[in-house]
Design a protein around this ligand. Structure first.
Ligand code: FPP
Length: 257
């Protein structure tokens, strides 16, 4: 079961936490290289950060956490690394299922899932079904995922629905597009955190990130644990979100959005 909130977490929670956090988990390879270890050791250590961040987000009361676990472009990595990552994902799905259920976390997957090997797809489907009724937080694993690929998928669905007479082209609006995304059922994406010092979106949640706050931290993903996550949430809490409107700190928001 989840541990109680620490005093620091209680203060952060009281200030208001982001409803939906997206994580670009970067730097596993560099973490391993710095230690003379194979890249897979970095990914294995990174899986421990995955657990830490899920538990912390759940304790803080975030409604949704979306993890960029394997991109559409990651298939181009050496076969050995892809197989290693698929093995880690399978282990995670098999070992962590009980904790997700006990902590009332719904598992969701986003991406071109048909490309995943059966050894990942089978436990993924089982766990998504088992946790479908959980309501404390939605954990989305982006697997074989790309933001552009998601937009292509959405466009295809839109055209099919118009062709089948399920949607009038005159009623196509933001909502009609958003609900056809792989991530369409999730709340507004408030915050994206990227580790490892890189300052890019790298094809992550292109539609949903329109007004997300971006926090880039130098920490490599395997070193990104509870305290680093709390630091990033505090950084988010210092930001003023305007969505293109006037600033609440006085004056009118200029060219910045
Ligand atoms: C990017 O670091 C990370 C990935 C491509 C994989 C992320 C996978 C995990 C954190 C572990 C398994 C996930 C789950 C959900 C259990 P990189 O390899 O590109 O690092 P580098 O830029 O330093 O080479």
């Amino acid at each position: 079961m989840s541990k109680p909130l620490s005093p620091r977490e209680s203060e952060i929670k009281a200030r208001g936490v982001p409803r939906h956090v997206g994580m670009i988990m970067d730097g596993n390879g560099r973490w391993a290289k710095a230690r003379g270890l194979p890249r897979l050791s970095g990914h294995r250590e990174g899986a421990k950060s995955v657990r830490a961040v899920i538990r912390t987000a759940r304790r803080l009361g975030c409604e949704a956490l979306t993890l960029y676990a394997f991109s559409a472009q990651n298939w181009e990595r050496p076969m050995e690394e892809v197989e290693g990552l698929m093995g880690l994902l399978r282990d995670y799905l098999i070992k962590e299922g009980q904790e997700l259920l006990e902590t009332d976390i719904r598992l969701h997957a986003a991406g071109d899932l048909d490309r995943l090997p059966e050894k990942v797809l089978a436990p993924l489907r089982v766990l998504c079904e088992k946790t479908a009724g959980c309501g404390s937080m939605t954990l989305t694993l982006c697997l074989s995922y790309g933001g552009r690929e998601e937009l292509v998928h959405m466009a295809r669905r839109l055209v099919e629905d118009v062709q089948h007479g399920d949607l009038e082209s005159s009623s196509i609006d933001e909502h009609a597009l958003a609900e056809r995304l792989w991530t369409g059922s999730l709340p507004e994406l408030d915050l994206i955190i990227r580790t490892s010092g890189e300052q890019r979106i790298s094809n992550f949640l292109l539609w949903s990130s329109a007004y997300s706050e971006l926090v880039f931290v130098p920490t490599l993903w395997p070193d990104f644990r509870e305290e680093a996550f709390l630091d990033a949430i505090e950084e988010y809490q210092r930001r003023e979100r305007r969505f293109g409107r006037a600033t609440s700190r006085g004056g009118v928001a200029g060219a910045s959005q």
